[in-house]
Design a protein around this ligand. Structure first.
Ligand code: GTP
Ligand code: MG
Length: 368
């Protein structure tokens, strides 16, 4: 049973303790400044002094059954690899070369506007790739990308060398504690000097294996496809070492990679499933949005009914456009999803109003 002292409550509410004591006496309760009062009494006082009191709870955890991690349920999942680097160094082209499909040509202005996510079936097994834009305006996306990822492929153009977003990508990967694999791209170009890139990277404590360091650096060309098979092999070798596992039997959880409103389709979210299996019909909550998964599409536009951990997928059926980087959770039913989402929306609204008088009882207890 939660309790709060009269003095703590008075501080949290910004009301004189003597006023609270007087109010309690009027209600037939004798109390001193240090007396502990229960939640109901605190709620009564808060209401009386003009605070809105709302039901505690509606946190997403409440709707997720608590089960201890069962080691026997863990199965291998594909590695999640984020491709990062300076603008125009060839991230999207490299992914295209890996996918053998040219999406870069269709991009507005040649800049990747959004982080893209897709799974590629390679000789060594499935690998999930996240593309990030190199443009300086997209720092947050690079940081988010680094957080959800198991490995970072840092693309550095051999003719251009280490540039500001190269450095920022290194910092994001290091902050997230993620191993960096360097792809020295555009080695087909006449002015390409891979050694210069290797030399520059030593300044950021990335020393090539061939120079006695621990970082794998591969010369590649998205244009001629030189080095691509080796890159994929190193990615799978690295991920084997990491022994990436997840439980596919849980309620699904993961992260929103990108989201947009599409004509005729409504809110469309690309999500990465991190644990559990996401299924059509699942009730889902992410930030202040919720919904039932109406349909899911993989990177080839094919409908899928269930998505295991480590795979990205496009989800239809949400109430609004979620925020990229936000977590998503599957909960027991749509009603719960809606409650959590509405509770969060209300909290966000109150925070915006910024009024002390609108503090919730929950907030009062948290402050005490
Ligand atoms: P942003 O997403 O805008 O940060 O760029 P990006 O890193 O995804 O680069 P993108 O793949 O769009 O390539 C930029 C330009 O470099 C394009 O004109 C590509 O054709 C060219 N390019 C990419 N890789 C290579 C390569 O290996 N060799 C040569 N010669 N050109 C390349
Ligand atoms: Mg790109």
């Amino acid at each position: 049973e939660e309790s709060i002292s009269v003095s703590e409550l008075s501080q949290a509410m910004g009301v004189k303790a003597s006023d609270l004591i007087r109010k309690l006496m009027q209600a037939g309760k004798m109390a001193t400044i240090n007396a502990q009062i229960d939640a109901d009494t605190a709620a009564f006082l808060a209401t009386d002094f003009g605070y809105t009191v709302e039901k505690k709870g509606f946190e997403v955890e409440e709707f997720i059954p608590e089960v201890a991690e069962d080691e026997s349920k863990l199965v291998l999942r594909p590695p999640v690899v984020t491709v990062m680097g300076h603008v125009d160094h060839g991230k999207t082209s490299l992914l295209d070369a890996i996918r053998q499909a040219d999406v870069a040509a269709g991009e507005a202005g040649g800049i990747t506007q959004h982080i893209g996510a897709y799974n590629v079936q390679t000789q060594h097994g499935p690998i999930t790739f996240l593309d990030t834009p190199g443009h300086e305006a997209f720092t947050a996306m690079r940081q988010r990308g680094a957080q959800v990822t198991d490995l970072v492929v840092l693309v550095v153009a051999a003719d251009d060398g280490v540039m500001p977003q190269t450095v920022e990508s290194i910092k994001a990967a290091k902050a997230a504690g993620v191993t960096i694999l360097v792809a020295i791209n555009k080695i087909d170009k006449p002015g390409a000097t891979p050694e210069r890139v290797m030399q520059q990277l030593t300044e950021y404590e990335l020393v090539a294996e061939q120079w006695g360091g621990t970082t794998i650096m591969l010369p590649v060309s998205a244009r001629t496809k030189q080095g691509i098979p080796e890159l994929l092999e190193y990615i799978s070798l690295q991920s084997e070492v990491l022994e990436l596992k997840a439980n596919p039997e849980k309620l699904a959880a993961g992260r929103v990679i990108e989201a947009k409103l599409e004509k005729g389709r409504g809110p469309v979210a690309t999500v990465l499933v991190e644990e559990g299996t996401l299924r059509v019909g699942d009730a889902l909550v992410t930030g202040i949005h919720y919904g039932r998964v109406r349909a899911m599409m993989n990177e080839r536009g094919e409908h899928v009914n269930d998505v295991p951990p480590g795979y990205p997928v496009e989800v239809l059926g949400l109430s609004g456009v979620p925020v990229a980087g936000d977590e998503f959770n599957v909960v027991e039913d749509e009603k719960s999803a809606k409650e959590v989402a509405q509770h969060r929306a209300e909290k966000a609204r109150q925070k915006e109003l910024g009024s002390v008088k609108k503090a919730t009882l929950e907030d009062l207890f948290a402050k005490a």
